[in-house]
Design a protein around this ligand. Structure first.
Ligand code: SF4
Length: 436
């Protein structure tokens, strides 16, 4: 069998697609090279395009592939290949460029390359129409993992003015619910304890009459997966049905990551986000009331064109009063092809950086406070398959607190009842609870 190595940049969605590609290529006669194994025959670089640094990272990965795997075919795919195929093809040493639609025809494209040696880089990225449904690939055995991501949806029909992702991923499309249920069964049978439903904008999931809430309900009803979680969902897509399901179904993890992006309605409007700060605040308060102990996270962007200090202060004070346990804070990155690219009012880098730092500080405080409310409480952590560097077991509680505790190897990849002892460095140090 030929050896194939992967370098994956960017988001979890890309990581899952790399696992799916490895699975498909395995069936076509390519064995995935283990980490640190000698030179591979093919190196796949699955790229990202989300920030202006993404292109530089992709180029560095191509150079590393060339020097680490002399003689290998270098395949570049993902969002950078989709949005800038000619740029990718011009990098020395690239043999094959595949857009996001073409990436799952990689085995056939590699064959084409072999049949036509010395032709220069082959580019297959014609921005053709994406398929109308998303294929479910029966990937299991994600080595070393207790949880698995499952792509239920791809693409996006929204028009957020800063976003390059929708350009790279096309219109929203969903995977058939019946196939997703079967895939969750396969994952559960292979030892996976937690499935995380993910996608580019999962709130746009639709299969006939089924939306995301009814899909989650069907998965919980028809499979015995111990835990179901969502990756990230926009506030305008959190339906009452979803909240009710989370409140009533113990296997549906009480945890949601809900991008806010900004707390100023003026900026939200410029971003073309379909909600206001008041709607967001109301949603989070309803969630906190209806699902006690829920872990809530948010993405926030600083330095969007036109963001004044006053806008930023609005964001900061909104976050201060929201029941959030953590933030992912990003500084705005100007991306060619987006509407925001030509907006006036660029924010100085130093100001955006300072705003980001202040929000990160606030996030750390909120996280510490939230975790501390769990000291003395009993909860269940899903212990990961591997110990931390300090020899301790680690895992996440249902509401997404990282728990650290001592225990025997027999506890790896199992649900462990723990009691919170203290907060330290953003984690909850625990002891294993005594048998009842
Ligand atoms: S919701 Fe907005 S930010 Fe998210 S993928 Fe769609 S357009 Fe991009």
């Amino acid at each position: 069998m030929k050896k194939i190595a992967f370098t994956t940049l960017g988001c979890r969605y890309n990581r899952l697609e790399s696992a799916e590609l490895a699975h498909e290529l395995g069936q076509a006669g390519y064995a995935q090279a283990a980490e640190g194994e000698g030179p591979a025959d093919v190196v796949v670089i699955n790229t990202c395009a989300v920030t202006s640094k993404s292109a530089a990272s992709a180029r560095a990965a191509i150079r590393a592939a060339r020097s680490g795997h002399p003689g290998a075919r270098v395949v570049v795919t993902g969002c950078y290949s989709e949005t800038s195929p000619a740029d990718v093809a011009s990098v020395e040493g690239v043999d094959l460029v595949l857009g996001n639609t073409e990436k799952f025809s990689m085995a056939a494209a590699l064959k084409r390359l072999e049949d036509n040696p010395g032709q220069g880089a082959l580019v297959l990225a014609d921005h053709g129409p994406m398929p109308s449904t998303l294929a479910v690939r029966p990937v299991t055995g994600m080595s070393g993992r207790t949880n698995a991501y499952l792509n239920v949806q791809s693409g996006c029909d929204d028009l957020c003015s800063f976003c390059v992702v929708r350009l790279a991923r096309g219109k929203s499309r969903s995977a058939p619910a019946a196939e997703l249920v079967e895939q969750v069964k396969r994952l559960a049978d292979s030892g996976i304890r937690e499935v995380v439903l993910s996608g580019i904008n999962i709130g746009q999931y639709q299969d006939g009459a089924m939306d995301l809430a009814t899909l989650a309900e069907a998965i919980l009803l028809e499979t015995d997966i111990p835990r179901l979680r969502f990756s990230s969902i926009n506030p305008n897509n959190v339906s009452q049905g979803l909240i009710d399901l989370m409140a009533s179904e113990p296997r549906f993890c009480p945890h949601l990551h809900i991008p806010l992006q900004n707390g100023s309605d003026r900026i939200l409007k410029l971003m073309r986000r379909p909600y206001t700060s008041a709607m967001y605040e109301d949603l989070l308060n309803r969630l906190a009331e209806r699902v006690p102990g829920i872990g809530l996270g948010a993405d926030v962007m600083t330095g969007f064109p036109g963001e004044t200090q006053e806008d930023f202060e609005r964001t900061r004070s909104l976050i201060e009063r929201l029941p959030l346990m953590m933030l992912h804070v990003f500084s705005y990155s100007r991306r060619a092809g987006t509407e925001a690219y030509s907006l006036p009012g660029a924010v100085a880098k130093v100001d955006a950086k300072e705003r980001t730092a202040r929000l990160m500080e606030l996030s750390a405080k909120k996280r510490q406070k939230f975790i501390k409310t769990h000291v003395g409480k009993e909860m269940v952590a899903l212990a990961q398959n591997r110990r931390a560097a300090n020899g301790k077991l680690r895992g996440f509680t249902a509401n997404y607190i990282p728990a650290v505790f001592d225990g025997p190897d027999s506890m790896l990849n199992t649900m462990v009842r723990v009691v919170g002892l203290r907060e330290e460095d953003g984690a909850l140090y625990c002891r294993v609870a005594e048998e009842a």
